[in-house]
Design a protein around this ligand. Structure first.
Ligand code: HPA
Length: 273
């Protein structure tokens, strides 16, 4: 690792005049949540050492600090993806920075394709576990003194936080089901045969992010929650060809619901930190 996460964390401390303990990564379909934030500080990713600008539509690439309701939070608007050609080290670097900064809990959000037939377009899924089929592990080769790379992944997604996501969904009239998220590298969507195989493996939804960040966040001792927006039914389940534009469009349509879930989630969990 060339840039120490402590240097980037020091930059955040200098720029942000208060100290949030919760961070939320806003993926495709969740950008709208930032309109709920009373923004106090806005930092372009290019101002944070080691962060890379995100080049995909729907991902502006900036960190906002402020309050949602009365809860101080950091919002990471946009993430770098493995499918853009970045290394696992690069795309998970923000997790190391958040841990150094003093964040206790991270909510990772993403767009996903629904595999489980109970999931409908526009539903939400609280991730209960994952299957990593990205073809690599973000801890491979990252060897630093005193850091354990043999991280236990038997409870990556904090059960209490997951219950809070489901409860927040009920309170705001949104469907939030529990389910297993399967990560692929992308950038292509899957074949129908792959989706049938993933269903047999026990996956409920498929996406191209979140898992590397969740692994590194656990290595750093953060509590982790993840919320997927089912922006489409997966290949072979969907009568139409899949397109990134459709994923973004559905995300925009479900944005208000996503914001309500996240606001409720913060209300339920902030007091437990
Ligand atoms: N597959 C993979 N990633 C995705 C999908 C999908 O169907 N929808 C949104 N992200």
């Amino acid at each position: 690792m060339t840039i120490p996460p402590s240097r980037s964390a020091a930059r955040l401390r200098k720029l942000i005049p208060f100290k949030p303990e919760i961070a939320i990564v806003l993926g495709s379909g969740f950008q709208n949540t930032s309109s709920n934030l009373k923004t106090e500080t806005q930092i372009d990713y290019r101002q944070i050492p080691g962060f890379v600008p995100t080049g995909i539509a729907g991902h502006p690439g900036r960190l906002l600090a402020g309050h949602i309701g009365s809860v101080p939070v950091l919002l990471l608007c946009g993430r770098a993806h493995y499918y853009e050609g970045h290394s696992f080290e690069t795309i998970t670097f923000p997790m190391r920075v958040l841990a150094e900064y003093g964040i206790q809990m991270v909510l990772l959000t993403n767009a996903a394709g629904g595999i489980n037939r109970r999931l409908r377009q526009g539903d939400f899924m609280a991730v209960s576990d994952h299957i990593n089929l990205m073809g690599g592990n973000p801890l491979r080769g990252v060897i630093a003194k005193g850091i354990n790379n043999f991280v236990d992944l038997s409870a990556v997604y904090d059960a209490k936080l997951r219950q809070a996501l489901v409860r927040a969904g009920k309170q705001s009239g949104e469907v939030v089901r529990n389910g297993v998220y399967l990560a692929v590298s992308g950038p292509t969507y899957e074949t129908p045969a792959e989706i049938r195989a993933f269903a047999r493996l026990g996956a409920d939804a498929v996406g191209m992010s979140t898992v590397p960040e969740a692994i590194v966040a656990r290595q750093c001792g953060l509590r982790v929650a993840a919320l997927s927006c089912i922006t489409n039914l997966a290949a072979g389940r969907n009568p139409h060809p899949l397109s990134h534009q459709d994923v973004i469009r559905t995300g925009e349509r479900t944005g208000a619901g996503a914001s309500r879930i996240i606001e409720g989630f913060l209300r339920l969990t902030a007091a437990t930190l």
